[in-house]
Design a protein around this ligand. Structure first.
Ligand code: ADP
Length: 423
């Protein structure tokens, strides 16, 4: 028969077992709670990570530059909106750089950066077809600056690189125009300067100053060339003023077109008379006014009428200057029945320093090649447009269209002096 001690031992053992069971239960619950908490943390962390990624993508999408992330296998793992827009119609994500950019000029610097883990910045010039969204003319190329750099610091890490691609075509284009302008201007100025220097050397070194006849002849030639330099400089200043945004500060005032045309014809009177040219002014509305900067419009009409006279020194030229208001626009034209402009030159004549090869029968025609450049820029500064058509010997016509904004002209009208060559 079990004694009292045995019962006690049993009771203690049972109590211990119960305590253990309770502990085990508690532990299980604690583990369950812990697991649940870990799961909740994981969900929260995943959400945070997702938000952080979305935020990163939003920020990178807002960049004007194209941005790519590339992994160790040269696979594109991220491309922002600009990158997708820069290479339209191409699948970028999860594809290898070599497959996406078939032109090695693009893929080579990226692969080089992956291989060496050294940052690379390079400028590449690509044919236009690589980028369809560009607004430059079809013949120009696309210029891109590629900036690739490893993202991770430790060399043992999988080398992930970030790539920024910037389209600098427009800057490149502007820079090219500036370089051409400087080169052309220097060339145009150098010719008369060389001639003046030559005559000066003759006068001084060859002691020709004692010969008054010869001296006068040389001085006259030098004056002609110094006038040319002055005209080139004056024209360049007008172009530079129009290009530097001063156009936004145009002195806009309504003025009567008739008086402006009259001004121009008065200035060119001796030329018109000498060449026995006939000028017709077509203006159905005598009171027609244009809201614009009269200084520039005087220069525009002066250049166009003077061009017609200059290019056609033969007697009996007919020139028509016209102006009409239609469909909320002022339409202005200058036409002549002279030698005309070859069709191959028509698209180039508004370029700075562009001059059509001289007609064989003509003597040297004075001009800087800047006249039509000024005309185009002045018309565009007034939000207008200019076109040209030419049927040689019949009708060479410059037509300008300017949006009409009404106003009443100040009276009395004063003629404004344009910086014309003979003023
Ligand atoms: P330029 O100072 O030489 O006149 P422009 O820019 O005014 O320079 O004109 C560019 C070229 O366009 C001229 O050299 C000329 O060959 C041609 N051109 C312009 N207007 C006429 C015209 N009415 N008839 C024939 N050729 C013209």
């Amino acid at each position: 028969m079990p004694n009292f001690l045995t019962y006690l031992e049993l009771a203690v053992a049972l109590a211990a077992l119960a305590a253990l069971a309770i502990l085990a239960l508690r532990l299980r619950r604690a583990r369950h709670d812990f697991q649940q908490e870990v799961a909740a943390w994981k969900v929260r962390l995943d959400l945070d990570l997702k938000h952080a990624r979305q935020e990163r993508d939003h920020l990178l999408d807002a960049l004007a530059e194209s941005f790519l992330l590339i992994d160790a296998e040269s696979r594109i793992i991220f491309a922002n909106k600009s990158a997708i827009g820069m290479f339209p119609g191409r699948e970028l994500l999860d594809r290898r750089v070599q497959e996406v950019f078939l032109n090695p000029k693009l893929s080579k610097p990226l692969l080089e950066c992956l291989r060496t883990r050294e940052p690379i910045v390079t400028r590449v010039v690509l044919p236009h077809a690589t980028k369809s969204s560009t607004e430059h003319d079809a013949s120009s190329s696309v210029v891109l600056v590629i900036d690739a750099s490893p993202v991770s610091d430790t060399p043992d890490d999988a080398p992930i690189i970030r790539v920024v691609i910037r389209d600098v075509t427009s800057e490149h284009h502007t820079e090219q125009i500036r370089k051409d302008f400087v080169a052309n201007a220097s060339h145009e100025l150098r010719t008369p300067l060389t001639i003046i220097n030559g005559y000066l050397s003759n006068l001084i070194d060859d002691d020709l100053v004692d010969d008054p006849e010869m001296t006068r002849r040389f001085l006259k030639i030098m004056r002609k060339h110094s006038e040319r330099i002055a005209r080139i400089v004056e024209d360049m200043l007008v172009i530079s003023r129009l290009e530097s945004g001063e156009a936004s500060a145009l002195n806009m005032k309504p003025f009567r077109m008739r008086s402006c045309i009259q001004d121009v014809l008065e200035r060119l009177e001796s030329m018109i008379r000498n060449q026995k040219a006939t000028i017709t002014v077509e203006m159905p509305d005598e009171e027609l006014t244009l809201n614009g900067d009269r200084f520039y419009w005087t220069q525009v009409l002066f250049n166009l009428v003077e061009n017609a006279l200059k290019q056609n020194p033969r007697a009996g030229l007919n020139i028509e200057v016209g102006c009409i208001e239609e469909k909320g626009e002022i339409c202005l034209w200058v036409a002549d029945d002279g030698v005309g402009i070859p069709s191959a030159d028509l698209t180039h004549i508004f370029r700075r320093f562009y001059r059509v090869a001289k007609h064989h029968s003509q003597e040297e025609i004075k001009g800087t090649g800047l006249g039509l450049s000024i005309v185009k820029r002045a018309v565009e500064a007034h939000r207008g447009s200019i076109t040209v058509s030419s049927v040689p010997g019949d009708d060479t016509r410059f037509t300008m269209r300017i949006p009409q904004t009404h106003g009443t002209p100040d009276t009395p009208e004063t003629s404004v002096s344009a910086s014309s060559p003979d003023s």
